[in-house]
Design a protein around this ligand. Structure first.
Ligand code: PLP
Length: 447
């Protein structure tokens, strides 16, 4: 028996226990000791899109829970209606939706659906998935195999599927061409290199986050990147899966972040903001040709999870989506998010500790460096971005330490500031003022 542990939950970080949350409302969270925090982190995992305690969502939950929460033999009106409204929210020609309970399950589903599409299309040799380094697609073994976040993979490496990875579009630390004046999109061409290396006849899909989250918070690809990737995928008959678990549902100021880049993917995966954390929910949105191939073939996509599409979570998703649309929150995320990124740049962009401020909308990423000229990162053990986040928390503001670290052989220690879409400009001002103080504090500690 263990010796009287303070907590018997097997937490992720056993050395740094988080405080316990008591309640939340709007953009604020209270811990059990009564401390109030301004939540510029969207619940830490970048989930809260519409804010806490929205009455329309609470009403929809109560109403649906009273009717039926689960009945796996049947579909339900909330599931059918959410699929219709999500299809309207998604790019043209993407009208079919499979629901899951979260983002990892959505990516597992997309990976298997890509494979199944080729089985149904008479090309059964196509089964490989290509990912990118500095990406995160989830912690289940399939999604982790596609993931290029080395620290999250390292313990499980012998168990992972042999998915290949292309270079990330990481302009700040590009080792290919972006450091010269003329970026020639070598990182996009690297997708082609990997597909050719794997053999196009074996490759089913390429998966990427349009704007990167946990593995390189706020990494935005160079102009033309996704157009080139789309061309490559088309040339080699490879499906393009965009992982919008974090960047989707309006966070970047477009319904889906891929829309900034003028490209229509084949599959979109969703999670997090789709339910704003009120209930576990994820989704895969598929291009019509994929649905048609299955419908005209076996008629079966033999895959699923018990809770996928449950009426309660779908009722929540529907209420959240309607709330986003009713209050024009996507435009607001773009507008106030643009202000957020500008203000962060103005406040700390030139600080000796800060290498880069990047991102889109309510998805801001900041990289800390020990030397701005050489871009030398701090030793991982110093945990500089986590320290900045802790200093903000001590001052009552929550931001996102992204845990990307640099002990993985991939340089760059980044953190995020990713508030709910309902943040006011005054909330941004307060967050940025606290962030500037936290950065100054940590710089003084390191001096
Ligand atoms: N994909 C992305 C881009 C994510 O950021 C995450 C979670 O952080 C996931 C997938 C995994 O989602 P979940 O934790 O809901 O399984």
């Amino acid at each position: 028996m263990s010796t009287s542990p303070a907590s018997q939950v097997f937490h992720r970080d056993l050395l740094h226990p988080a405080p316990a949350v008591d309640r939340a409302s709007g953009v604020h969270v209270w811990d059990v000791d009564g401390n109030r925090y301004l939540d510029a982190s969207s619940g830490g995992n970048i989930v809260i899109s519409i804010g806490y305690g929205v009455q329309d969502v609470l009403d929809a939950m109560a109403e649906q829970a009273a009717k039926v929460s689960f009945c796996g033999q049947f579909t339900s009106e909330p599931q059918e209606q959410l699929a219709r409204e999500l299809a309207d929210f998604a790019p043209e020609g993407m009208d079919y939706v499979r629901f899951t309970s979260g983002g990892s399950e959505a990516n597992e589903t997309a990976i298997k659906l890509a494979r199944h599409y080729f089985v149904e299309s008479g090309k059964p040799s196509k089964h490989k998935i290509v990912g990118r380094w500095r990406s995160y697609h989830g912690n289940t073994l399939g999604a982790l195999s596609a993931t290029g976040h080395v620290m999250r993979r390292v313990s499980y490496a012998p168990m992972l599927l042999p998915f290949a990875h292309a270079a990330p579009p990481y302009r700040y630390r590009c080792t290919l061409c972006a450091q010269s004046d003329a970026c020639t999109l070598s990182c996009a061409d690297d997708v082609e290199r990997v597909i050719l290396n794997e053999g196009p006849e074996h490759v089913a899909a390429f998966i990427a986050e349009p704007v990167v989250g946990a593995a390189a918070m706020g990494m935005v690809p160079p102009e033309g990147y996704f157009e080139r990737v789309r061309e490559i995928c088309d040339e080699y008959d490879v499906l393009l899966i965009v992982d919008e678990v974090l960047s989707g549902m309006g966070r970047t100021g477009r319904n889906f972040a891929i829309e900034h880049f003028g490209v229509v993917p084949d599959l979109i995966t969703c999670g997090k903001g789709i339910s704003s954390g009120y209930s576990p929910l994820g989704a895969v949105i598929a291009r019509n040709e994929i649905y048609d191939a299955v419908a005209a073939g076996s008629g079966m996509f033999e895959h699923g999870f018990t809770y996928g599409g449950n009426p309660l979570s779908c009722a929540v998703g529907l209420a959240v989506l309607r709330h986003i649309e009713k209050h024009d929150l996507v435009a607001r995320a773009g507008d106030v998010g643009g202000y957020l990124i500008d203000e962060i740049r103005a406040a700390i962009g030139d600080h000796p500790l800060i290498g880069e401020v990047s991102g889109l909308g309510m998805l801001a990423g900041i990289e800390v460096v020990s030397d701005r000229t050489t871009k030398e990162p701090f030793p991982y053990e110093l945990g500089v971005s986590k320290r900045i986040a802790r200093k903000c928390q001590e001052r009552g503001v929550l931001i996102n330490p992204s845990f990307s670290g640099n002990a993985d052989g991939y340089r760059g220690d980044r953190f995020g500031v990713c508030p709910p879409y309902i943040f006011e400009r005054a909330d941004v001002d307060h967050t940025v003022a606290v962030l500037a103080e936290a950065v100054a504090d940590v710089a003084a500690e390191l001096a």
